[in-house]
Design a protein around this ligand. Structure first.
Ligand code: RP5
Length: 161
């Protein structure tokens, strides 16, 4: 039997990986398994449809989808699966990710995409949010998440040095 991989991290391009890797790093820290794949709404549309339609059967519980520019990927995937989809607007060259943000966040009612901040902060928070969703049914993960938060609090100095 293969190990359970609860999180899929998908992205529109290899060029998104430096950003989306921050989601992966966060999941690594929290001991959450993931599978990272390149799935482009524009360049590999059939791969996208196959992924989204099969994601629940593959055993994924949460999908993190990052894309930049005219960023259709998170919304299209959300339209094809009932799994929660967390959208990460990748910072684009032309418009600094404002295009990515608006095209991911402005979903019409009926198909939600939980949209995070532009860029690396959004990707890291997508990892944390995916972990928080999974932690609702995983006590061990909830404890690791609480420990991460406590360590983060502890690391903040009272005064600047
Ligand atoms: C989008 O186009 C990708 O998500 C990426 O952010 C952007 C640019 O892709 P590349 O031209 O770098 O492959 O589909």
């Amino acid at each position: 039997m293969s190990a359970v991989v609860p999180v899929a991290i998908i992205m529109g391009s290899q060029s998104d990986w430096p950003t989306m890797g921050k989601a992966a790093e966060m999941l690594d820290k929290l001991g959450v398994a993931y599978d990272a794949r390149i799935v482009s709404a524009h360049r590999t549309p059939e791969r996208m449809v196959d992924f989204a339609k099969g994601a629940a059967d593959e055993g994924f519980k949460v999908v993190i989808a990052g894309a930049g520019g005219a960023a259709h990927l998170p919304g299209m995937v959300a339209a094809l699966t009932h799994l929660p989809v967390l959208g990460v607007p990748v910072q684009s060259k032309a418009l600094s990710g404002q295009d990515s943000l608006l095209s991911i966040v402005q979903m019409p009612a009926g198909i939600p995409v939980g949209t995070l901040a532009i860029g690396e902060a959004g990707a890291a928070n997508a990892g944390l949010l995916a972990a928080a969703i999974l932690a609702t049914t995983d006590e061990g993960l909830a404890e690791r998440l609480k420990a991460f938060r406590a360590a983060q609090t502890e690391s903040v100095a009272i005064r600047p040095s």
